[in-house]
Design a binder for this molecule. Structure first.
Ligand code: ADP
Ligand code: MG
Ligand code: MG
Length: 929
């Protein structure tokens, strides 16, 4: 039989059995504690119980592997040796913390238990050893409280309910006539411990565990148990963390920040997590322990203050900051404790940051030669670019609001950007209101992990308590939400849904505006204006020189263009949309939906006439009215696109979409075109279809009404001729939709080509043009070799292709797609993220067959998936020539295409850069922020 697998990993005394690369096994916290130990940082000794044990635990009816107990005891002995104290020893007790730690940091997991190992005997030993009775009882009461809350389940389920232990503390303070915890004496604290234990007994019917080993195993089980609690499951779902990953448990000897004024605890980022600036950034509290810094009960000091208060410790920390960045080659987030003038590191991990900061740090680190441009691209998630494109407040309007006395408060600028919305006071309401399409600002005293869904649904988050590293701030930055935190003047009453601030009363549903870049909270709605990037590129109201955010954006885009192989086109039907897309870097139009033009001014009338026509002659007469209007639209687009390819699709949707269905509008239409209302009504009824998506649409329209295809082609080519004659190059591509049989395409292509030749002859001008088709129904895909004999290009219409391949109507899928995704039948909504296995296989067949009969066939995608990073990666893997997406997604697609190339292509040169790119890609799944 094989040897027992190793389940426990020791770290301490300058050497660890684990390392940073072992995150999967040791969790993020455990792996980095090991790594810090190995690079010589002062880490209190401890050990990590691996994630395999979590997997085992759930695979074996919540029991442990037999060898675990022995391994734990052996590791504990090593810790005892390293620390010169013994766990449970009445005269020289070792205390430990029990800390959860999954691969990715995860709210919802068990909270850390500190000071474990204390009981009525060890307490005495510790008092003797430290000669500090108050400190010991402070630690003891914290331990009983944490253990009672977390392991024994006394913590209230509802956030707004009061923690029984907090109630006891309040009662005690009242009896003693003091306000602060720090005013309580050793005797008070001792008394609290007794009352806490009584409360435990009352609520659970059991005595508080005295045996330190029982305490430890209780905490360990609680960590593993928390992996399956509701909050953890909800979080995993939101961030795609597989259940199979499991969590590790870290048991680490305690160091104490609550031993007096020369002790303390803090958290810091190696750079500013909001702006990305290269400055040391953090907060600390003296004479404090654990979560005091982030709990918001006392207001922490900025790390810069530590430089004055304790220059020696600050100097050490600053050196560690630089070492860590060099070692990890990233911005790090650290937790530290000072025990009587000695510094200890308790955690480090890659720091969460805003998208602003992510992009700036990536660009800066390339300049600092810490990372390569390839790595920079792999660090920025394409969707993060959204934050750079997001609106900011109109500064003039904000100034006016402030001058007008509407400034309500100022908090911490925890998540940049501007948001205006209606106040709601709990996460549930935020979710509900959000579903109704309301913009809301989630306003809380502080947030906690169960608020995530509501935070996600809100435009912005406002809290009364907590610092830059509070839960609200961290999560908001990760989600890219605007956030103002720690706004202490807000007086929020959850029960009446009202908040009082600056002498004003804000009720649920009232509008407020928050500026996450400055921390301002403003009464009422302040309008927003486009981001710096938009001001430079789209509005052209800003000089790139004065726009640092734009410059960083631009640098990333330049690097992306260097590595990507996919071209990026856009879906646009108007000249202004096309111009925006070009400004964002679009290299052509992949889909111009002609039918969108019909809703433009003056066009819907003749369009309806065409639809209602009885005879070919009538239809042609209506089409003749449309011709000049469409020609003008196309000319505008060709002009803007200036020689870039423009794919124009002939009319595609079912005709009923163009005609009115209400009596009043039908009567008006009848009057307009001079026919009877009954006739209109009857024609509209005749257009009714049971399955319009599978009905009279796409090329079927052009086959039954060839004059429509002829008119549209004529409009395209006459526009091309006109623009060409003005000296602007043109490259029209006419695309026939919904082809499933080559004969359909033959029929339509013939009309298009004859029209092109005729127009060139009439206009005495030549221009290149292509005729192609969309691949969007399975028969088209599987007969792509035949179709490619006629088509010069294919564009995958993956909205329809998903619908037809899956046999799921996208109009009717809402009811069951979410439950499907919940059950992981499809891991993502297939209309959002391309279903590679099914729809992707269909595409692959079409690509192979298409190329077999026309090797140089041009291939692209124009479905919604063309702007979605994972789908873009798939298109890259298929070897398509381009993806096409909406104008505002063009930058995202550029980056996604570059990342697809960097992650999947074999590097041309071997050596260090290739290895680094691979390393960076390897950790991609864990970097969800
Ligand atoms: P989280 O995952 O929520 O960050 P941690 O396990 O990091 O939880 O614990 C929270 C805090 O508890 C730490 O930042 C640190 O201040 C304190 N802490 C944890 N373990 C110890 C320890 N062994 N000694 C002193 N403080 C500790
Ligand atoms: Mg915590
Ligand atoms: Mg921590």
């Amino acid at each position: 039989m094989a040897k027992n697998p190793k389940y426990v990993y020791f770290f301490g005394s300058g050497k660890a059995e684990g390392k940073a690369e072992m995150k999967n096994l040791l969790g993020g916290k455990g792996a980095n504690l090991a790594e810090m130990t190995n690079i010589g940082l002062p880490v209190p000794a401890g050990f990590t119980i691996s994630t395999d044990v979590c997997t085992y635990y759930y695979g074996h009816g919540q029991t442990y592997p037999r060898s675990l107990k022995k391994e734990v005891e052996a590791a504990l002995a090593k810790v005892e040796k390293a620390m010169g104290a013994k766990f449970g020893d009445p005269s020289n007790p070792l205390l430990v913390s029990v800390r959860s730690g999954a691969r990715a940091s995860m709210p919802g997991m068990m909270d850390t238990i500190l000071n474990l190992g204390l009981n009525n005997k060890t307490v005495e030993g510790l008092i003797k050893k430290t000669k500090n009775e108050r400190f010991v009882y402070d630690s003891y009461r914290r331990f009983v409280q944490m253990y009672g809350d977390v392991v024994l389940g006394l913590k209230p389920v509802h956030k707004d309910d009061i923690d029984p232990f907090e109630a006891i503390i309040e009662q005690k303070k009242k009896e003693r006539g003091v306000h602060l915890d720090t005013d309580l004496t050793a005797d008070d604290l001792k008394d609290l411990v007794g009352r806490f234990k009584t409360a435990v007994k009352e609520r659970t019917g059991r005595d508080f565990p005295e045996n330190p080993m029982d305490q430890m195993w209780g905490a360990v089980s609680s960590v593993f148990g928390s992996w399956m609690n509701e909050r953890a499951i909800a979080y995993r779902r939101l961030y795609d963390i597989p259940e199979a990953w499991g969590t590790a448990v870290n048991i680490q000897s305690m160091v104490f920040g609550n031993m007096g004024e020369d002790s303390g605890t803090g958290v810091a980022f190696t750079r500013d997590a909001a702006t990305g600036e290269n400055v040391f950034y953090g907060e600390y509290l003296m004479n404090a322990q654990g979560e005091d810094v982030v709990a918001g009960t006392r207001t922490p000091l900025p790390i810069s203050q530590l430089a004055k208060q304790d220059p020696k410790i600050y100097g050490q920390l600053d050196k560690i900051r630089k070492n860590l960045e060099k070692h990890y080659r990233d911005m790090m987030d650290v937790e530290f404790t000072i025990q009587q003038g000695t510094l200890y590191m308790l955690q480090c991990r890659v720091g969460k940051r805003t998208s602003f900061a992510e992009i700036k740090i990536a660009v800066d680190m390339v300049k600092e030669k810490l990372i390569t441009d390839r790595e920079a691209l792999l660090r920025v998630q394409p969707d993060q670019l959204n934050q750079l494109l997001r609106p900011i407040f109109d500064l003039k309007e904000k100034e006016l609001a402030v001058k007008g006395g509407r400034l309500l408060a100022k908090g911490l600028n925890a998540g940049p950007g501007a948001a205006a919305g209606r106040v709601v006071f709990n996460a549930h309401d935020a979710e509900e209101w959000g579903k109704r399409g309301e913009k809301v600002i989630l306003t809380r005293i502080e947030t906690s992990p169960e608020d995530i869904k509501g935070m996600n649904a809100a435009e912005g988050i406002l809290t009364a308590r907590g610092g830059m590293t509070s839960h609200a701030a961290l999560v908001a930055r990760q989600m890219g939400r605007v956030c103002v935190a720690g706004c202490s003047t807000l007086d929020i009453d959850y029960s009446t849904h009202v908040m009082k601030v600056a002498g004003q009363v804000i009720k649920e549903g009232d509008w407020i505006s928050i500026d996450g870049t400055t921390g301002e909270v403003i009464n009422g709605k302040v309008n927003t204006k486009p981001s710096e990037v938009l001001q430079v590129l789209i509005d052209k109201t800003m000089d790139p020189k004065d726009a640092p955010v734009f410059q960083t954006f631009d640098q990333i885009m330049k690097w992306a263009d260097k590595y990507r192989r996919l071209k990026i086109r856009t879906n646009a039907d108007q000249p202004d949309q096309s111009a925006n897309a070009v400004a964002f870097g679009a290299q052509g139009i992949g889909l111009c939906r002609t039918e969108h033009m019909f809703f433009g001014e003056g066009k819907i009338g003749p369009m309806r006439e065409m639809i209602l026509a009885d005879t070919v002659e009538e239809r042609k007469a209506a089409l003749a009215k449309l011709l000049p209007l469409q020609r003008k639209d196309f000319a505008g687009i060709f002009e803007v696109m200036n020689g870039r390819p423009v794919t124009i699709r002939t009319i595609d949707p079912p005709l009923h979409e163009f005609v009115p269905h209400e009596e009043k509008a039908q009567r008006e239409l009848a009057a307009q075109i001079g026919i009877s209302y009954e006739k209109v009504k009857q024609r509209v009824e005749s257009l009714h279809e049971f399955n319009p998506m599978l009905g009279f649409r796409g090329c079927r329209l052009g086959i039954v009404y060839p004059e429509s295809t002829e008119m549209q082609s004529r409009a395209v080519f006459e526009a091309a001729a006109e623009v060409k004659k003005r000296g602007i190059p043109v490259e029209p591509e006419v695309m026939i939709p919904l082809v499933g049989n080559v004969k359909e395409l033959q029929h339509q292509a013939k009309i298009v080509r004859e029209t092109a030749e005729a127009v060139m002859k009439e206009q005495k001008v030549k221009f290149p043009y292509l005729v192609g088709t969309m691949i969007e129904i399975p028969r088209g895909a599987v007969t792509a070799d035949e179709i490619a004999c006629v088509a010069e290009f294919f564009s995958f219409g993956t909205n329809d292709l998903t619908q037809t391949t899956l046999g799921i109507s996208r109009d009717d899928s809402a009811r069951f797609i979410a439950p499907y995704v919940d059950r992981e039948i499809y891991s993502k909504d297939p209309f959002e993220v391309l279903d590679r296995t099914g729809v992707g296989a269909m595409m692959k067949i079409a690509v192979e067959k298409g190329r077999s009969s026309r090797p140089d066939i041009k291939l692209g995608i124009c479905g919604e998936h063309g702007g979605e990073p994972s789908s873009i990666e798939f298109c890259h893997l298929l070897g398509l020539n381009y993806v096409s997406c909406s104008p505002f997604r063009v930058p995202i697609a550029r980056l996604a295409a570059a990342r697809a190339a960097l992650l999947n292509d074999k590097p041309v040169t071997q050596g260090s850069s290739a290895g680094k790119a691979k390393k960076a890609s390897g950790r991609k799944p864990a970097r969800k922020r």
